[in-house]
Design a protein around this ligand. Structure first.
Ligand SMILES: NC(=O)c1ccc[n+]([C@@H]2O[C@H](COP(=O)([O-])OP(=O)(O)OC[C@H]3O[C@@H](n4cnc5c(N)ncnc54)[C@H](O)[C@@H]3O)[C@@H](O)[C@H]2O)c1
Length: 356
């Protein structure tokens, strides 16, 4: 394994989306390795509180701006040479991008700008946050990077797929060194817990408010949950490793967990007498199974996830319990979902499918 402190000390790293869940953890780690960090964020879903503690660090610069506007993102390159870039800014969350399908397309501008600037400024390497969403609904598990069948319906996944292609072609045609990460469900402290967030944060905030975790469909749908520390460490190792250049790599654990199991584990940690509430509705775009093939991550990056799901959930639960200001309140975590027309009763699913 690479010693990141050796490679990063004194280097400048730009993190777009640096005030968000993953970006802010990444910045904490980069600063601890002695890097100089430029955090670029429009604070649309990111939070000032996640970067406040760093504002007196002389190695930290915050620039507020929109990555999709060239005049803004250019400013991130005006504080001396940038060595590395993590392009993590994006309109995030399935629900948000369903509601604003055209807005998410704007992120393609940001991808083009950052690649153009990376080329101009001869940066050493740029990492792109893609998503397991680009696999769509597939039968064969685990999901392997080379699997070329994509059944993509969501605008978010379409943009990520376009982003991957732009990144790959810039490496092949212009020689900009890139690495593409397909994140599976990253989770941990600071993840959004509202209906626009991700399932782990939503369930924990429900349980902390004595609301039974609300499960759509039958709870047998599966995901691959990777604790934030593992996601960050693997991404930094991957950035600094020459063997990853031009590669697309799954960042997951290879552990398949049903949503029902996840809810029960969180309830167990809480010690409360709650039962998950099965809503018997299916999301029209619900993905049935998802688990990463991690062979490439282990072989090329040399990284093996260290945090068990139980440990990671416990740490995340404790963080929310100690930081109640970040818990989405009551209705926002549950009932609002039911009003959205992307949900349909399970029985009607086959009819609905035929219609579409
Ligand atoms: N969390 C996951 O499990 C997961 C899974 C797959 C992919 N990803 C990807 O990882 C990245 C980080 O996601 P996250 O979970 O930390 O979400 P997040 O919403 O917490 O972080 C995204 C950050 O980007 C910022 N941002 C959004 N649009 C911007 C723009 N146009 N200009 C500048 N800043 C902008 C937001 O304010 C926020 O701080 C995203 O690219 C996301 O698509 C995350």
């Amino acid at each position: 394994m690479i010693n990141p402190a050796k490679k990063l000390k004194g280097k400048t790293v730009l993190v777009t989306g640096g005030a968000g869940f993953i970006g802010s953890h990444l910045i904490d780690r980069l600063l601890s390795y002695g890097a100089r960090v430029i955090c670029f964020d429009d604070l649309s879903t990111g939070r000032q509180e996640y970067i406040d503690s760093k504002k007196d660090d002389r190695n930290f610069i915050f620039i507020k701006g929109d990555a999709n506007e060239m005049k803004d993102i250019k400013k991130a390159f005006s504080h001396g040479p940038v060595d590395y870039v993590f392009h993590y800014a994006a309109l995030v969350g399935v629900q948000r991008t369903i509601e604003e399908p055209l807005k998410v397309l704007k992120d393609i501008d940001g991808i083009k700008h950052i690649l153009e600037l990376a080329l101009q400024h001869k940066i050493k390497k740029i990492a792109y946050a893609s998503s397991s969403e680009i696999y769509g609904n597939q039968e064969k598990m685990p999901l392997h990077e080379e699997n070329s069948y994509y059944d993509i319906k969501m605008p978010y996944a379409l943009v990520k797929s376009a982003g991957e292609n732009f990144f790959r072609s810039h490496w092949e045609l212009s020689g900009v060194p890139v690495v593409i990460y397909r994140f599976f469900n990253a989770y941990g402290p600071r993840q959004a817990s509202s209906m626009y967030g991700f399932v782990t944060g939503v369930f924990i905030s429900q349980v902390l408010q004595n609301i039974p975790p609300t499960i759509f469909y039958d709870g047998k749908q599966t995901r691959d949950f990777m604790y934030i520390d593992d996601n960050i460490e693997a991404s930094i190792q991957g950035l600094l490793n020459d063997k990853t250049t031009g590669e697309t790599i799954n960042l997951g654990t290879g552990r398949e967990t049903t949503i029902l199991e996840l809810a029960n584990k969180i309830i167990k940690i809480s010690g409360k007498k709650l039962k998950p509430s099965l809503l018997n509705k299916r999301n029209l775009i619900e993905i049935k199974r998802r688990v990463a093939d991690t062979a490439k991550m282990k072989k090329i990056i040399g990284y093996r996830p260290r945090v068990s799901l139980e440990d990671g959930l416990r740490r995340t639960y404790d963080w929310y319990a100690n930081n109640p200001q970040f818990i989405a309140q009551g209705e926002r975590t549950t009932y609002a979902w039911r009003k959205k027309n992307v949900w349909a009763p399970i029985k009607k699913s086959s009819k609905t499918k035929k219609k579409s």
